[in-house]
Design a protein around this ligand. Structure first.
Ligand SMILES: [Cu+2]
Length: 127
């Protein structure tokens, strides 16, 4: 079998695995997307909803449902200057991934896709 064909098979298998939606970004416990604290859908190069709210002071999970045919992720920064990155999730293409995010202090955080800086949103951590 030609290497290119093997590569395509590997890509197809990765897509199938991603579609199962029980992978985690950090190799921790698997989480069913339905059990995630919040769910964000990436569709047409935008996050829906654009603002999500979680409880402060404890780790939380974000399910990213990517309905686009291109890779997206969620990265979390202290603010839109992106001077301090707090979290960067693994890319997912046309599937779902659940991120385990460490606890954050109460406040508003800036989120975007590492590949598409125009895809932005707000993470509100409640006090
Ligand atoms: Cu993206």
């Amino acid at each position: 079998m030609k290497p290119i064909r093997l590569f395509l098979i590997a890509v197809a298998m990765a897509a199938v695995l991603a579609a199962c939606g029980t992978t985690t970004a950090d190799g921790g416990d698997t989480v069913d997307p339905a059990d995630a604290d919040v769910t964000v859908t990436a569709v047409d190069m935008a996050f829906d909803p654009g603002t999500v709210t979680v409880a402060g002071g404890e780790a939380f999970t974000i399910a990213l449902v990517n309905e686009d045919a291109m890779p997206h992720n969620i990265a979390i920064y202290t603010d839109s200057s992106k001077s301090e990155k707090l979290f960067e999730g693994e890319m997912v293409t046309d599937g779902t991934i659940v991120y385990n995010v460490p606890a954050l202090d109460a406040g508003e955080y800036f989120i975007d896709c590492s590949l598409h800086p125009n895809m932005t949103g707000t993470l509100v951590v409640e006090g």
